[in-house]
Write a protein that binds this ligand. Structure first.
Ligand SMILES: Cc1ncc(COP(=O)(O)O)c(C=O)c1O
Length: 470
C-alpha cells in the first residue's frame, strides 16, 4: 500500500482534462517542418513567441545584464547569495512602471504593495491561501483558463463555482449570471469569498467592458467579498476597445473613498505572456491590503523569483525606450497573427468570437458537431488532434457550457506553421462537406429506391393503383 497524502492522490489537479491530454498527444508526435512534417501542430499552448528577436537584440546590446555584471564588474557573488523574500527593489520598481506603461499610464502602482511570485500560477494559489479557507468558494465566469482547477483548487481545497456566460451575449458577464452563481454556491452550502476574472479573458481574447467592471465592483461591494483580476494578458491588447484595468476604475469618485473595496481588490500579473517569458517564472500579486501583502510575502518563500532573473529583468524593464517599442511592436505582431487566423478559418467557413487581445481566438465549430452534445465535441476534438494533426483546446476543458467552441492559439509558432495549420483545417472541413454531400446523395438514392420499391409494393398489393407517396 502506498502511504501518500490525500492531496497527492486527490483528483482535482485537472491533469486528466483534455487540455492537458492534448499536450501529451502533441509531445508524442510533435510537428517539425523537416523531421516530422505530418506531426501534430501545437495550438493549445498560450505562448508568445512573436517578439523573441526584440528581446534577443536587447540582450546582445546589454551583455552586462545577463552576464552577472554591473558597470563591467562581476556581481555574481551578490546574486548567488541568499535572497530576501521581499525581492530586489530595483526590479519591483521597474515592474510596477512596466505595469503602468501597459495601462497607458492611467494608473500608478506602489512597489510596496507588490509581491513577487514564481509566475501567476503561484500568485493565484497564494491569493487563495490568503483569502479563503478550504471548502469556501470563488466565482469564475465561464469559459475559464483550464489551469485554474489546479491553481485555485488543488492544494488549497477552495471550490470554484461557475458564473455561466453564454454566446447569446458574446460571453459577457451579467448581473443575473453573478446572482445565479452566488445562489448556486449557497445551495451547495459554500461560502463565497470572492470573484476571480481574467481581464483580458483567457480563453475569449476579449477585454472586460467598463460596464462589466462596474458590475463586478458593485457585486463585490454588495456581498462584501473579494475581487481578483488576473491581468496577465494586459499587454496583449492589440485593438480597440482599449484595456481598462480594475485599478483604473477604482479611481472613479464612486469608489475612491471606499477603503473597504480598495482593500478587497487584488491584481495578478506575470511576464509569461506580455514578455513571452513563461520559463523565467516571474509573477506578481498587487494588493492595497497590507495584511494580504504581508501574508503573501511570507508565503512567497515557496516560490521566489531567482535573483539573476530579477537582476536581468530590472535592467531590461528600466530601459524605457526598449519597453515602449516592445509593447507597441508586440501588439502589432499579435494583431497580424490574429487576423491571419481569423481570415484562414473564415475561408473554411469557421468564425471566431470578436476579440481584441490575447494569444488565441475563441473559435465557433458548433456547425461541425454531429449533435449538440459534449460527446460530439470530444469526437470532433479527437478527429482534429489525430486526423487533422492540430492540438486545440475544447470548450469543455474551459468549462464552457455550450458544446462546439474551441480555443486556438496563434502566437506560439511561425507564420508558415500557422498557414499549414489553416490549410489542414480547410482540407478537413472540405472532407466533411464531401462526406455530408455523398451521404445526402446516398440517402436520396436510397430514398428514391425506397420510393420506387414502395410504388412497386403498392402496385403489387393494390393491383396497379398508383400511390401518391413521394
Ligand atoms: C489567465 C492565466 N492566469 C495564469 C496563468 C499562469 O501563468 P504563469 O506562467 O505566469 O504561471 C495563465 C497561463 O496560461 C493564464 O492564462
Amino acid at each position: 500500500m502506498k502511504l501518500l497524502s490525500r492531496k497527492a492522490t486527490r483528483n482535482s489537479h485537472g491533469q486528466d482534462s483534455s487540455y492537458f491530454l492534448g499536450w501529451q498527444e502533441y509531445e508524442k508526435n510533435p510537428y517539425h517542418e523537416t523531421h516530422n512534417p505530418n506531426g501534430i501542430i501545437q495550438m493549445g499552448l498560450a505562448e508568445n513567441q512573436l517578439s523573441f528577436d526584440l528581446l534577443e537584440s536587447w540582450l546582445a546590446n546589454n551583455p552586462d545584464a545577463a552576464g552577472f555584471k554591473r558597470d563591467g564588474q562581476s556581481i555574481f557573488r551578490e546574486l548567488a547569495l541568499f535572497q530576501d523574500y521581499h525581492g530586489l527593489p530595483a526590479f519591483k520598481k521597474a515592474l510596477v512602471e512596466f505595469m503602468s506603461e501597459i495601462r497607458g499610464n492611467q494608473v500608478t502602482f506602489d512597489p510596496k504593495k507588490l509581491v513577487l511570485t514564481a509566475g501567476a500560477t503561484s500568485s493565484n494559489e497564494t491569493l487563495m491561501f490568503c483569502l479563503a479557507e478550504p471548502g469556501e468558494a470563488f466565482l469564475l465566469p465561464t469559459p475559464y483558463y483550464p489551469g485554474f482547477d489546479r491553481d485555485l483548487k488543488w492544494r488549497t481545497e477552495v471550490e470554484i463555482v461557475p458564473i455561466e456566460c453564454t454566446s447569446a451575449n458574446d460571453f459577457r458577464i451579467t448581473e443575473s449570471a453573478l446572482e445565479e452563481a452566488y445562489e448556486a454556491a449557497h445551495k451547495r452550502n459554500l461560502k463565497v469569498k470572492g470573484v476571480l476574472v481574467t481581464n483580458p479573458s483567457n480563453p475569449l481574447g476579449t477585454t472586460l467592458t467598463r460596464h462589466e467592471v462596474d458590475l463586478l465592483l458593485g457585486f463585490v461591494i454588495a456581498k462584501s467579498i473579494h475581487l481578483i483580476s488576473d491581468e496577465i494578458y494586459s499587454g496583449t491588447v492589440f485593438s480597440s476597445p482599449r484595456f481598462i484595468s480594475v485599478m483604473e476604475v477604482l479611481k472613479d469618485t464612486k469608489y475612491r473613498m471606499n477603503a473597504e473595496v480598495w482593500n478587497r481588490v487584488h491584481i495578478v500579473y506575470s511576464l509569461s505572456k506580455d514578455l513571452g517569458l513563461p520559463g523565467f517564472r516571474v509573477g506578481a500579486i498587487y494588493s492595497n491590503d497590507e495584511d494580504v501583502v504581508a501574508a503573501a510575502t511570507k508565503m512567497s518563500s515557496f516560490g521566489l523569483v531567482s535573483s539573476q532573473t530579477q537582476y536581468l529583468l530590472s535592467a531590461m524593464l528600466s530601459d524605457k525606450k526598449f519597453t515602449s517599442n516592445y509593447i507597441s511592436e508586440n501588439q502589432k505582431r499579435l494583431k497580424e497573427r490574429q487576423e491571419m487566423l481569423i481570415l484562414g478559418l473564415g475561408s473554411a467557413g469557421i468564425s471566431c468570437l470578436n476579440s481584441n487581445s490575447g494569444l488565441f481566438c475563441w473559435v465557433d465549430m458548433r456547425h461541425l458537431l454531429r449533435s449538440k452534445t459534449f460527446e460530439a465535441e470530444m469526437e470532433l476534438w479527437k478527429k482534429i488532434v489525430y486526423d487533422v494533426g492540430l492540438n486545440i483546446s475544447p470548450g469543455l476543458s474551459c468549462h464552457c457550457n455550450e458544446p462546439g467552441w474551441f480555443r486556438v492559439c496563434f502566437a506560439n509558432m511561425s507564420a508558415e506553421t500557422l498557414n499549414l495549420a489553416i490549410e489542414r483545417i480547410k482540407r478537413f472541413v472540405q472532407l466533411i462537406e464531401i462526406n455530408n454531400n455523398s451521404k445526402k446523395n446516398h440517402q436520396s438514392t436510397k430514398n428514391s429506391r425506397r420510393r420506387s420499391l414502395t410504388k412497386w409494393v403498392f402496385r403489387l398489393s393494390f393491383d396497379g393503383r398508383e400511390s401518391d407517396e413521394r
